[in-house]
Design a protein around this ligand. Structure first.
Ligand SMILES: [Zn+2]
Length: 646
């Protein structure tokens, strides 16, 4: 009886806060009893997202809880980022947050730091620690470095949280070892998952020595997290290191764009006469929590719409891969693509879709070669097609002209994801980036991915497989863990200028990072992708419903199907609110398929609204196309230089 009462009481506030209750009721009367589906309407998902913040080695005097919480977002409405460059496109998702701050006690800290000390292996300084020691303004010299295995620490924190913290919920650990008697200078490492094409273990490089890590999934065979957890830890007493460049305490501008770059220095620099005033520690950690943890890891915004061919969403997807073989004597596609790994990693991101792969080699000649050469001159290769920008248009247009050859129809899949690989010589066509996930220049719909391989890139450790997984991750909607959208301010940001510290997000177990230490998608990627998919299926069920109603479909069988679909969307909304994102997506998908089947039975055509490979210069939005989000699309020189760092 007591339990029953608890459930009833819990339901009352839930019902009271359902948005638009009266409108929904009215809808229910008009729509033949439908409570969740509404023709043409946006989806309507809400979630109060649990976010645990655990301070280990920081006391209440170091980090002020009230000031820290005041800097965190209260609500987020994610957007489709690249489409929003053309016209604002919020998702039908509204997050609020349930923040829970924990300051670990002395006993917990003793246990954790004893664990770190036990894992620490003495090592020489990294190049970046040595660079720090060479700075004019450094307050100490790092001496006696140690390596600590990052996945082991992540697993320990996942399995041994302080009392009251559930690490199946998003959990951000802020760690500070400095100042304790058992402190040793350290960096975190991840080794043993070499590039599948070149065998290069990027983890051996100094540039891949870390101050943060997390996001591992339970089914990651290499890292082996034993249970579902959503942990990311950030340790300013580690390093200093390469990705956030926090070894540099002398120069304001780090990436050469003439703008001061905001970085979080090592913890010992938060001192009188140090790089940063100690009073800035609370707002600095709050920035990391907000602009990395909340916005990029826990509740990110998609780069592209996840509803491919909307409103005619595919069940099966063909990874339609094409390689322009421009290296005499080398079969690059044979040497540098591992199709099994490629397909299996992509399939993990979208268990509701079936994937297959096919490939064809093509000569690097004709317009494709001519346009690639003009890419470097920043000259349009089809000047008559005004509006298409010279640089990226030179990759898009020749391929769009060849679309019928590239999309070979080999597979019976519903959707062909066009991957274009350029195998080139470094002298003639120096790769401007590893890969890029392009859009259509008209609506912000994803079009091709372009992926480069050259002897120089192979020498640097890269084949095509990991670039293909990454760029297809973008094509299927995902953003990087180091750039994204802040909903309350409306700012889309990359790791530069005031947000330079967002580079720390790349230190996570995600194929969408630049860290090159793993090849699968993080738990955060999967959570977010499932949420986006739930939203997209529900929204497109509404679109197809509008088509059915416009066609006058109102028979008993249709109405029954719609009521079944309606209940599925309701279930999806409840699973979403309960943080069961895979089930939220699966139920919304079944709702969509039910509505789509009703349309098919009625003979109501459901066709994609946009063909992203159709050339239409008159429809190009030149301003928006020029304002593509370069850091999100991998089109920044500096990003490649950072990845190639030794
Ligand atoms: Zn990328």
């Amino acid at each position: 009886m007591r339990r029953m009462l608890g459930i009833v009481l819990a339901l009352v506030p839930l019902l009271a806060v359902v948005p638009g209750g009266a409108a929904a009721q009215e809808q229910a009367q008009r729509g033949g009893g439908l409570r969740h589906l509404a023709p043409g309407a946006p989806a309507d998902y809400t979630e109060q997202v649990p976010v645990n913040v655990v301070f280990v080695g920081y006391d209440r005097d170091d980090v002020d809880a009230e000031a820290f919480l005041a800097d965190l977002p209260q609500t987020t409405v994610p957007v489709n980022r690249q489409p929003s460059a053309y016209a604002p496109e919020p998702l039908g998702i509204r997050y609020t947050y349930d923040y829970d701050l924990t300051y670990a006690g002395r006993r917990y800290e003793d246990r954790f730091f004893a664990e770190l000390a036990g894992l620490a292996v003495p090592e020489t300084l990294t190049a970046y620690q040595a660079l720090y020691n060479d700075q004019e303004g450094n307050v100490l010299d790092v001496a006696g470095n140690h390596h600590i295995d990052a996945p082991t620490v992540e697993r320990w924190l996942a399995e041994n949280p302080p009392r009251g913290v559930d690490t199946a919920e998003n959990t951000l650990y802020f760690i500070n070892w400095y100042g304790r008697d058992d402190f040793r200078h350290h960096v975190y490492t991840k080794l043993g998952e070499p590039d599948p094409d070149t065998g290069t273990d990027f983890g051996l490089r100094d540039s891949r020595k870390l101050i943060a890590w997390g996001g591992t999934t339970p089914d990651d065979e290499e890292s082996g997290l034993g249970r579902l957890a959503r942990v990311w830890f950030y340790d300013l007493s580690a390093g200093p290191e390469s990705f956030t460049d926090n070894w540099n305490v002398d120069d304001a501008d780090l990436d050469g764009d003439g703008e001061a770059d905001y970085r979080m220095p090592p913890i010992w620099e938060y001192t009188e006469g140090g790089y940063r005033d100690p009073a800035e520690l609370t707002p600095d950690l709050a920035k990391v929590a907000r602009y990395v943890g909340v916005n990029l890891l826990f509740t990110s915004s998609p780069l592209y719409r996840v509803d491919l061919d909307a409103p005619d969403l595919p069940e099966s997807i063909n990874l339609d891969t094409n390689t322009y073989e421009g290296l005499p004597g080398t079969d690059a596609s044979e040497a540098y693509i591992d199709p099994d790994l490629f397909v299996s990693e992509i399939a993990e991101l979208r268990p509701l879709n079936r994937f297959d792969y096919d490939h064809q080699d093509l000569p690097l000649d004709g317009d494709v070669r001519r346009c690639l050469a003009l890419f470097y001159e920043d000259e349009p290769c089809f000047p008559e097609l005004e509006g298409y920008p010279a640089a990226y248009g030179n990759l898009y247009l020749p391929n769009a002209l060849l679309a019928e050859v590239l999309l070979d129809g080999e597979s019976s899949a519903d959707y062909e994801l066009p991957n274009i690989n350029y195998a080139v010589s470094d002298e003639e066509f120096p790769p401007p980036f590893l890969g890029l996930a392009d859009d259509d220049y008209r609506t912000g719909t994803q079009s091709f991915t372009y992926n480069f391989v050259s002897p120089g890139l192979v020498e640097a450790g890269y084949g095509l497989t990991t670039t293909l997984i990454h760029e297809d991750g973008h094509h299927l909607g995902l953003s990087h863990p180091m750039d994204g959208y802040d909903s309350e301010t409306g700012v889309d940001y990359g790791p530069s200028g005031p947000f330079y510290f967002a580079w720390s997000g790349t230190e996570s177990n995600s194929m969408m990072s630049y860290v090159d230490l793993n090849w699968d998608f993080s738990q955060f990627d999967r959570d977010n992708s499932n949420r986006f998919l739930a939203e997209a299926y529900a929204k497109n069920a509404n679109r197809v419903l509008a088509l059915i109603q416009a066609a006058g479909g109102d028979d008993a069988r249709t109405n029954l199907a719609l009521r079944v679909a309606d209940a599925r969307v309701g279930l999806s909304e409840r699973e979403f609110a309960a943080h069961r994102y895979d089930r939220a997506a699966a139920n919304a998908e079944r709702a969509y398929r039910t509505v789509a089947a009703a349309a098919e039975r009625l003979g109501v055509p459901v066709e994609r609204a946009v063909d992203p490979l159709a050339i239409d210069a008159g429809a190009v939005d030149a301003e928006a196309a020029a304002a593509k989000i370069p850091y999100a699309l991998d089109a920044v020189d500096f990003a490649l230089r950072k990845r190639l760092a030794p």
